[in-house]
Design a protein around this ligand. Structure first.
Ligand SMILES: [Zn+2]
Length: 110
């Protein structure tokens, strides 16, 4: 039975896309709690949960994203933010510089 939630354009794209690309897309769309604060200020803040252990983290960051090179193509450099709890990469931010990160109780925890 056809999935009626897929619109024709998406169906066309998924047919054209190679399998590795599709898999990458799916992992990128995994749900992660993120809340942006102070977006209009020189130093912005973001609250999010660690990708791996769901530790709540508040992070201060500043500056414009840097364009670098990824696999020979121009690409925004993503700054990895290490989780204070599990020490894995909690999130990657498109920004210039990460100033601080602090573990907090997750606002989304029930
Ligand atoms: Zn973690």
């Amino acid at each position: 039975m056809a999935d009626t939630s897929v619109n024709p354009e998406q169906a066309y794209k998924s047919q054209k896309a190679s399998k590795p690309h599709t898999q990458k897309l799916e992992s990128a769309e995994r749900f992660q709690h993120i809340k942006f604060l102070d977006c209009d200020k020189p130093v912005s803040r973001i609250i999010f949960e660690c990708w791996h252990c769901f530790q709540g983290i508040i992070c201060e960051y500043t500056g414009e994203p840097v364009i670098g090179e990824y696999k020979g193509r121009p690409s925004i450099i993503q700054i990895p933010v290490q989780c204070p709890n599990c020490e894995k990469t909690a999130i990657k931010l498109n920004t210039g510089e990460v100033l601080s990160k602090t573990a907090i109780p997750s606002p989304w925890e029930q």
